[in-house]
Write a protein that binds this ligand. Sequence first.
Ligand code: NI
Length: 225
Amino acid sequence: MMAKAAKDKTRRPQKTPVPEAAPEKPFPRRRVGQIAVLLVVGVLAMIGYRISQSPIDEPPAPPAAAIGGPFTLVDHQGRPRTWDYFKGRLMLVYFGFTFCPDVCPTALTDMGDALGILGEAADKVTPVFITVDPDRDTPEHMKEYLKFFHPRMVGLTGTPEQTAAVLKSYKVFAAKAPVEGGDAGDYLMDHTPIIYLMGPDGAYMTHFSHGASAEDIAKGIRKFL
Ligand code: NI
């Protein structure tokens, strides 16, 4: 602007000088203020955008809404069972296998005891045991096993495909672990030792990690009764 103004000036006849102020007004202070405000707003918008984008770089939080879902299995009485059967009540669900020497029986005992602590209120909760070992956990075998934990506990098994699908939807890991020195059929299952509390609509409500006591579980369930 200054350069242009200087050039213009040289072209104009010297006799009629144009007042300095007319064509080249000094840059108004108000305008400077407006531009500064625009710059600040722009920078803030960029910072805001970067903050809003940043979670992409961070490990995602466990997507609670993504845990659970419809399933098709068979109960310990040999009856086909889908998610619909459990609707309308809370479902306290554990994934394990009947041959588990320690972790599973402890968790199932704690689940049964937690319902005992809750008393009548426990009627709103269905305790469920879903096997991660469908090859060995037949309905008959589960029926015998579940007697030890709670009279209303429902055992669920199915084909390897059906159980794999339910494990996937509940984000439960399970894999065969051969026993050293044992024969081919001798194996344990490595698996996620987690107890889920699912709502009457099948939505995830909370979970209890391995080591949670019956009291901890009862307290956690009571919040949702
Ligand atoms: Ni186990």
